[in-house]
Design a binder for this molecule. Structure first.
Ligand code: SF4
Length: 320
């Protein structure tokens, strides 16, 4: 365990939904991790693995079913009204779909200024204007854009507006929920680079959700891999890419293209077989057992616990 200061601590977090007829959908099931101050933690996994639900529960957008989440020592699910207000100034979110998360008929200026007004960060109108223009400049937009309505902008520009809105309240922590998945591939790298630049400049802590391991590699210090509501591997980015331990991580990495043809030929391809099982009725034991080429008898009987098998490298698999 590192002795770096921890911003967010998640212990045995569960988020279940009633799926009718006495069935329970375990979207997040007994997940534990920490996010250190100033780092970017990526969470990856196929759609439906619970990564977004996990992120939203971590920042208190969703009620939890069990476990605890603390942010800077405070339980995010039992904040007082004032603490929740303060928390909303410290923790901000970048949404997946900039078309749905911004009102198309609102002026860019008002969207960015809203948080400044709510948190009373400007002493007068002139300071508010300066702050809005600085924020727009920081995300690659300008004064001329400020007076235009959101519907006049492309997806990439809308995401820049969403980032400026989030930064307006001077947060310490950004929750980015697949912020590039709704954008053209040509724009995705620009938004990632912008987020990386801002993270450095403002020393932000970030939780970055993605289904694509190739993008998450560039932005994340550490990466957590989720499968069917469970965390199956957690390591620093370089270790995870060089030495994936969980068979599921190996399969996800196989799908990531490598620019170097020699390295690409040398990489062992791991194919995923079968479909992702339903989280309403997940397999007993290891939830990946039905799709794992290395499955053993014990795998369908006993759930593997997440263990630290190398310094800082955790995996939940009976092979280790
Ligand atoms: Fe495969 Fe067994 Fe490891 Fe699960 S515990 S990933 S089934 S080897």
């Amino acid at each position: 365990m590192s002795n770096r200061p921890v911003d967010l601590e998640v212990k045995n977090l569960c988020k279940y939904y009633n799926a009718g007829r006495k069935r329970v959908l375990k979207a997040v099931d007994d997940v534990s991790f920490v996010i250190y101050k100033g780092e970017t933690l990526g969470i990856v996994g196929e759609s439906g693995c619970g990564k977004t639900t996990c992120g939203k529960t971590c920042i208190g957008m969703l009620e939890k079913t069990g476990g605890t989440v603390t942010y800077q020592g405070k339980d995010v699910h039992s904040l007082s009204k004032q603490e929740r207000f303060d928390f909303s100034g410290k923790v901000q979110m970048i949404f997946q779909d900039p078309y749905a998360s911004l009102d198309p008929h609102q002026k860019v200026y008002d969207i960015v200024a809203e948080g400044i007004r709510i948190h009373k960060l400007a002493k007068d109108k002139a300071q508010e204007e300066r702050m809005v223009l600085e924020l727009l400049d920081m995300v690659g937009l300008n004064a001329e854009h400020a007076m235009r309505n959101v519907h006049e902008f492309s997806g990439g520009q809308r995401q820049r507006i969403g980032i400026a809105r989030a930064l307006a309240v001077e947060p310490e922590f950004l929750f980015c929920d697949e912020p590039i998945s709704a954008l053209d591939v040509s724009i995705q790298a620009q938004i990632i680079n912008l987020l990386m630049k801002l993270q450095k400049q403002r020393e932000l802590t970030m939780l970055f959700i993605a289904h694509d391991l190739s993008m998450v590699k560039h932005i994340s210090d550490r990466i957590a891999v989720m499968y069917l509501g469970n965390l199956v591997e957690l390591a620093n980015s370089a270790d995870l890419y060089k030495n994936p331990l969980h068979p599921y991580t190996g399969a996800l990495l196989s799908a990531v293209p490598i620019a170097d043809p020699k390295a690409s030929r040398q990489r062992q391809k791991v194919m995923l077989t079968g479909d992702v099982p339903s989280p309403v009725n997940p397999p007993a034991g290891c939830r990946f057992s039905g799709r794992c080429s290395r499955c053993m008898d014990v795998c369908s009987q006993k759930k593997p616990e997440l263990k630290e098998v190398e310094p800082g490298h955790f995996v939940a698999c009976h092979l280790y």
